[in-house]
Design a protein around this ligand. Sequence first.
Ligand SMILES: [Cu+2]
Length: 151
Amino acid sequence: MSVSQRSIMKRRAMWGLFALMMSAGTAHAQDLEVTDAQLRLLPGDLPAAGYFTLHNAGSDAVTLSGAESAAFAMTHMHLSTEEDGMASMKSVDQLEVATDETLEFAPGGYHLMFMKRQQPLEVGDEVEVTLQFEDQPPLPVTFEVVSPASM
Ligand SMILES: [Cu+2]
């Protein structure tokens, strides 16, 4: 096989891979919009809270199933609740976001709870967080580190 034949075959393989990637659901990920991603830092080893707005502009419902970040050993989805005047929170496994729906992670409601910080973080830093979905490719989001006072 000549060198030029080989490079043509390589190019074809690349195009094939590209076409496969385009059809494997990546288009859906582009239909998800995350805005106002903020990580509220608490002092010491206290867990940090993650807030964001997720809009599903796609034609299918999506199911958010969690998040992870290299900056923390554990990340959970929580819902703040109040029962008989007592504030508490419970773990959330999955959240469906219907077409054209906007899901808010905000103080007093849904939040990401980041535990066991793996690196020093300061207000103003940016933290990479990957949102995970049941039916979608993972979605990387940059969270801005903010102080609790700013919320
Ligand atoms: Cu929590």
